[in-house]
Design a protein around this ligand. Structure first.
Ligand SMILES: Cc1cc2nc3c(=O)[nH]c(=O)nc-3n(C[C@H](O)[C@H](O)[C@H](O)COP(=O)(O)O)c2cc1C
Length: 349
């Protein structure tokens, strides 16, 4: 059985699991080698993505920015990424395009993390606006000296917000037209909803070569909170966001939806959504992802770091934890390098 067939087999088996109730990591297992032919000390966790070397296949992912507090958060996380040799993707830069006065909450990223992989970020829906296009995308890239720009689709959130963009017609065409004029590669990113097969095919067909999964990983309490913020604008008998709390495609299934059709030369994958351990990272890579992305846990550590005022201690500890867990997972699955983490390391089930 070749790699694509094996990935397809795992995807089909997941299809018949009764419920998508979390990122699905517990539904797959890594093979455990009791006698691995591996020297723990020489395990190499490094990889390359978008032309940048990463010490661990990990990128910190985006949160909305544009205030003094977010500047502090970005400072902590950029410093952490540079020190630990991992990537950093910022949150939406739209506010800084609208109001250049707050750009310094983003420019700190290029100042503090000059050497690491950096990903600019803005909602794909802005491309519907008259005054937002290629020029603005390039401004976002320059603002942080990014290696790529992520265009995120917060589809469920847009439809739940009173002022959200509810007409997605023509968006793919706008992205397709932008590709040749944007100075760095475009990554299309989910926002907690994951990626279906149809999404993957549509993106491939317009020339996208990078997908950030952002799979469904559990109740998205933030969407519900956001909805509550706007609830005065509604006249419904209940919080509709709650009804959609379990919407989306799990992270594991989303990776398989992409890697089951396209190999790595056609589509590169950032696996994200509910990644909380180094074992999760190892599983994602075995399933076909290139690197993993983590958002919420780093927001929590960065908040603590800002509060404690002692540098990026908690955020660095979290990375060291991911690193150690990934290294142990690699040892017990007989893997010396990241490229040894293949689908053959997944237990049949
Ligand atoms: C409150 C909140 C704000 C977010 N802001 C952004 C954003 O500005 N841009 C973006 O691409 N994703 C944004 N995300 C999505 C995250 O980057 C990430 O895809 C998602 O939280 C899943 O990863 P996690 O489980 O590691 O948190 C946001 C998520 C939340 C909950």
């Amino acid at each position: 059985m070749n790699t694509l067939e094996k990935l397809e087999e795992i995807r089909k088996k997941l299809e018949f699991r009764p419920k998508i109730d979390e990122a699905s990591f517990s539904k797959i297992r890594l093979k455990d080698y009791t006698i691995p032919e591996v020297d723990y000390e020489s395990i190499d966790l490094s990889t390359e993505f978008l032309g940048k070397k990463l010490k661990i296949p990990l990128v910190i992912l985006g949160w909305t920015g544009g205030s003094e507090y977010v500047k502090q958060i970005n400072e902590i996380l950029a410093e952490t990424a540079e020190r630990m040799g991992i990537g950093f993707g910022c949150g939406s830069q739209y506010a800084a395009i609208e109001n250049p006065g707050i750009q310094n909450s983003f420019t700190v990223i290029k100042d503090l993390a000059p050497n690491v992989l950096k990903i600019a970020n803005v909602s794909a829906t802005h491309l519907k606006k008259e005054n937002f296009g290629v020029e603005e995308l390039n401004k976002c890239i320059d603002m942080i000296d990014a290696d790529a720009i992520a265009l995120y689709f917060d589809t469920l959130e847009e439809v739940l917000k009173p002022e959200g963009e509810k007409n997605f017609k023509g968006l793919l065409e706008k992205i397709k037209e932008s590709i040749p004029h944007v100075k760095k590669p475009i990554i299309v990113k989910g926002y907690g909803d994951g990626i279906t097969r149809m999404d993957a095919i549509a993106l491939h067909d317009i020339g996208i070569k990078y997908i950030d999964i952002s799979g469904y990983a559990g109740p998205n309490k933030y969407v519900i909170e956001e909805y509550n913020l706007y609830k005065d604008s509604y006249d419904f008998s209940r919080n509709i966001a709650k009804v959609f709390q379990k919407w989306g495609t799990s992270t594991v299934r989303s990776i398989l939806n992409v890697s089951g059709i396209y190999d790595n030369s056609q589509m590169k994958i950032i696996a994200s959504g509910g990644i909380r351990t180094g074992i999760n990272i190892a599983k994602c890579i075995c399933l076909g992802a290139n690197i993993a992305g983590v958002a919420s846990p780093f927001l929590k550590t960065a908040e603590k770091d800002v509060e404690n005022g002692k540098g990026s201690l908690q955020s660095i500890r979290l990375i060291k934890t991911f690193l150690e867990e990934l290294k142990i997972a690699m040892f017990v699955s007989g893997s010396e390098t990241i490229s040894d983490l293949t689908v053959d390391k997944i237990e049949s089930f």
